[in-house]
Design a protein around this ligand. Structure first.
Ligand code: NAP
Length: 487
């Protein structure tokens, strides 16, 4: 581990304001996906450890929720400032456990801080309503109240931003939280806790429990079955989201689910091709293709297909694959050997079914989980990479020639998270963007995530929204005060 991020690196979990080992004393290792080197060791916790964390969160709830919104906003704002001040250290930790290039890791850390700052502000705007009463001598009002103890489960692909996108609105609303980060990336979550502690967020308000994959199911079950937990906010795969959602039904827990995508990236012949190509490069190869909003199906109007390919190949020459700590690297490793095998399987399947390989297509000749930036054409709907997220640096092209047929194809998936549309025709932009079944439409841009706008999916891409004013509502109940008064 490099000395520049020693201060925030933790080897304990954070429960009840204490840095704790697991009750069993067991630990697990976190390894660098670019080098295989050991980055850190953290507690391997069990259901019993999680029960303790839930109790801590319950104990902390009354004092935290009784604070005014302004009183909660103070330490949250301080937390946001500390995250920005320590962005370099946090980015170094993030890159060492997740692999993305340092500059991308720093962008993610700043993005993570933006949620804390935003929700510190939103805490003061959780207004209820005064409703014109439907009966005489009565007053009708609503107030928003925090749900209580909440649970968060986060993935490895955005190990800082997914933590704050859940914890910040929960805490701002007056809830407390028990959060379990992914097995591959617990260190970023713990480093954020170290700063939350410094910011004065009281003990028990935010708790992070860590475990390797073997305990994920048991921890999930403990969080979802607990009557003390009022809400689960989960980001991860649709398959796990369905399991957790079903488990939450038994106690009628509120759920927010940010799940997988299968985003179409649509390029009409009238688009500015330079904009479409640079947006594709950013949206597809950022984080080595491992984002839920990464375009998965490129649909390019047939008349500009060859031109798009030529410009894309040229643009891809700018990608530099390597260890995220090396200068100039823009494409890091994928997270694991398992992830590499999935990408290989998708590429092989597409080639067997008649696709063409235009660049890349195999593991890079170096140590670590690296896959070459890949461009393929001739993709059809029956290929695996059209049906599920490839989650790797593979840009897969298909063509279309008719707008109606295009919309039907773009929507022919059970996923509905993001979509991208490139055109210069205002009417077409309006028509197509309204017709796409997705929670987010990027129009002539590949940059679509921001703390100020709602993020979430249609269909099996999820339930609820994160960020924006909607994000804090997900952690609040609406209470109707129906009062009679004497005339
Ligand atoms: P995953 O397997 O669903 O894991 C996500 C989290 O759930 C991890 O903390 C994991 O722990 C935990 N988990 C796994 N199985 C569990 C179970 N049975 N019960 C309780 N918890 C369980 O997802 P992933 O493959 O790591 O992450 C990639 C997925 O996340 C992709 O599908 C991506 O699209 C999606 N994603 C969505 C968004 C969004 O906002 N919509 C954002 C980022 C990522 P372990 O790590 O220990 O297995």
């Amino acid at each position: 581990m490099k000395s520049n991020h020693q201060t925030l690196l933790r080897d304990r979990a954070y429960v009840g304001g204490e840095w704790v080992a697991s009750l069993s004393g067991e630990t697990f290792e976190v390894r660098n996906p670019a080098t295989g080197e050991l980055v850190g060791t953290v507690p391997h916790m069990s259901a019993e450890d999680v029960e303790h964390a839930i109790t801590s969160a319950q104990r902390a709830f009354d004092e935290w929720s009784e604070r005014t919104a302004t009183e909660r906003a103070g330490p949250l704002r301080k937390w946001a400032r500390l995250i920005v001040d320590h962005a370099d250290e946090l980015a170094a930790i993030l890159t060492s456990e997740q692999g993305k290039p340092l500059s991308d890791a720093k962008n993610e850390v700043i993005f993570a801080a933006s949620f804390v700052e935003w929700f510190a502000e939103e805490a003061r705007r959780t207004y209820g309503d005064t409703i014109p009463a439907a009966r005489r001598n009565m007053s009708f009002t609503t107030v928003k109240e925090p749900i209580g103890v909440t649970a968060g489960i986060t993935p490895w692909n955005l190990p800082s931003a997914m933590v704050t996108r859940k914890a910040a609105p929960a805490l701002a609303a007056g809830c407390t939280m028990v959060l379990k980060p992914a097995e591959h990336t617990p260190l970023s979550a713990l480093a954020l806790c170290a700063l939350a502690e410094r910011a004065g967020i009281p003990p028990g308000v935010l708790n992070v429990v860590t475990a390797d994959r073997s305990a994920a199911e048991a921890i999930g079950r403990t969080l979802t079955s607990s009557e003390a937990v009022g809400k689960l906010s989960f980001t991860g795969s649709t398959s796990v989201g369905k399991i957790l959602s079903a488990q939450c039904a038994a106690t009628m827990k509120r759920v927010s689910l940010e799940l997988g995508g299968n985003s179409p990236f649509i390029v009409f012949a009238d688009a500015d091709l330079d904009v479409a190509v640079s947006s594709a490069l950013f949206a597809k190869f950022r984080n080595a293709g491992q984002t839920c909003i990464a375009p998965n199906r490129f649909l390019v109007e047939a008349s500009v297909h060859d031109e798009f390919v030529a410009r894309m190949l040229k643009a891809m020459e700018s990608l530099k694959l390597g260890d995220g700590t090396e200068a100039g690297v823009t494409l890091g490793p994928v997270i694991s050997e398992e992830a590499l095998r999935k990408i290989e399987r998708h590429v092989e399947n597409a080639l067997e079914l008649g696709a063409s390989l235009l660049a890349g297509g195999k593991r890079a000749q170096r140590k670590g989980n690296f896959f070459e930036p890949t461009l393929m054409s001739g993709i059809t709907e029956s290929m695996a990479m059209s049906c599920e997220e490839t989650f790797g640096p593979v840009l897969a092209l298909a063509t279309f020639s008719d707008e109606r047929e295009l919309i039907a194809r773009a929507n022919a998936t059970r996923m509905g998270l993001a979509s991208y549309l490139f055109s210069r025709d205002a009417s077409r932009i309006y028509r197509v963007s309204r017709a796409l079944h997705a929670g987010i439409v990027g129009i002539n841009t590949g940059m679509i995530a921001t703390e100020v706008a709602p993020f979430g999916g249609y269909k099996e891409s999820g339930v609820g929204r994160e960020g924006a004013r909607e994000g804090i509502d997900e952690f609040m109940e609406t209470k109707f005060l129906c009062q009679a008064f004497s005339a």
